[in-house]
Design a binder for this molecule. Structure first.
Ligand code: SAH
Length: 368
């Protein structure tokens, strides 16, 4: 069976080196051979662990956040609860369980799961129908779609944890001739391994943002047009209907130079250009760019704040104590999970949280 490497070698032989974004998009999302297509990459036995897989507290607090936002939107009925890139469905299951505590919330909602991977869609179905059967039966509807644009028009709350980092990036490198796009080509040795090459021609005017005039030869910048376009679509919808969006991801606030592309396989770093499709491929999210795109398109933006500050402000420490008291045998585990989620050594500082809301709504919790 041809591998993804064969597929890329064929494309490069036919048309020349391909943009990194095209490589990343196919490495993750190629319909048959992409990383997310065939398997479940999460957990101890998988390649990496995400916040909802570390502890139920994460999804519970996000679920309550959604409930509070739904109230701020005048308890809209019906309304869309959306998760982008729901992984195993663990976060949504914890969110729905927490949502039981908010009167009328479950009964009003239409659930939309935005997912491109058939394997993960299967895992999500299993989680929601088993662990959350009772909550799902109270909801108006449950559907899977592959793009935010397919969500029915109307009031909405959307959540995306570690979704943006999986969207493809373009990289540009400064040279003596100016910016040049970084492309993926093959070496002319017998092994034909993949390697970065620079485009011969400059990017089209306006592609590289202004404000990077200090860049030195060798500096790299990253652009993620798919994320910017998504944020603009969301902002436009926030102007048509009351709603809000919560993004949680690893990344930085300021637009700066740097190569952050990374591949992770079985909890170890891996060369992004080796054996595409076998490892997760991500890059830091640039929140500053997204904040500006959202604000320019008319959304009200909160944050980014650190994940540690956000979760503490939502009361994660008190929740951990309650859980530990209810189950003393697990107190140590709960404490470790808490530290992992909020400490500087864990995910507390690297991960950031940013919210977009419709104009005129009360500010969301967690950003004071
Ligand atoms: N939110 C989950 C999973 C994060 S991994 C968690 O925290 O555990 C990224 C998720 O986004 C996976 O479910 C992956 O299949 C999905 N995904 C990646 N690219 C996507 C795209 N372009 N459209 C929809 N889903 C995508």
């Amino acid at each position: 069976m041809p591998t993804l490497s064969d597929h890329f070698r064929r494309c490069i032989a036919a048309d020349g080196p391909i943009p990194l974004a095209r490589y990343m998009e196919d490495a993750l999302g190629h319909p048959r051979l992409g990383y997310y297509m065939g398997k479940d990459p999460f957990g101890r036995d998988g390649d990496f662990i995400t916040a909802p897989e570390i502890s139920q507290m994460f999804g519970e607090l996000i679920g309550l956040w959604c409930g509070v936002r739904w109230r701020a939107m005048g308890e809209a009925d019906p309304f869309n609860l959306i998760e982008l890139g729901p992984g195993r469905g663990t976060c949504m299951a914890d969110m729905l369980r927490a949502g039981r505590g908010v009167d009328g919330f479950l009964e009003s909602l239409t659930l939309s799961m935005v997912e491109i991977s058939p394997a993960l869609k299967g895992a999500q179905e299993e989680t929601l129908l088993n662990a959350s059967g009772a909550e799902v039966r109270r909801a108006r509807a449950l559907q899977w779609i592959s793009d935010f644009s397919e969500v029915p028009e109307g009031p909405f709350v959307a959540v995306a944890n570690e979704f943006l980092d999986a969207l493809a990036i373009h990289q540009f490198q400064m040279t003596a001739q100016g910016w040049r796009e970084r492309l993926v080509g093959v070496s002319d040795t017998a092994t034909n391994e993949f390697q970065f090459v620079l485009s011969d021609t400059p990017p089209e005017a306006g592609v590289v943002p202004t404000g990077l005039e200090d860049a030195k030869a060798g500096d790299i910048i990253e652009l993620r047009p798919a994320a910017t376009a998504l944020v603009r679509d969301m902002a436009a919808r926030l102007n048509r209907h009351p709603g809000c969006v919560l993004f949680i991801d690893y990344g930085h606030e300021r637009t700066a130079c740097g190569d952050t592309l990374q591949a992770v396989k079985q909890h170890e770093y891996h060369n992004p250009l080796t054996d595409p499709g076998s490892a997760d491929l991500t890059a830091h999210v640039e929140f500053g760019t997204l904040r500006k795109a959202a604000a320019d398109a008319g959304a009200v933006v909160f944050g980014p704040v650190t994940q540690g500050a956000f979760l503490k402000s939502l009361g994660i420490e008190a929740r951990a104590e309650t859980l530990a008291q209810a189950s003393p045998a697990h107190a140590r585990e709960i404490d470790q999970a808490l530290a992992r989620l909020i400490s500087d050594e864990g995910m507390g500082t690297l991960f950031k949280v940013m919210a977009l809301t419709s104009p005129g709504l009360a500010p969301p919790p967690g950003f004071e």
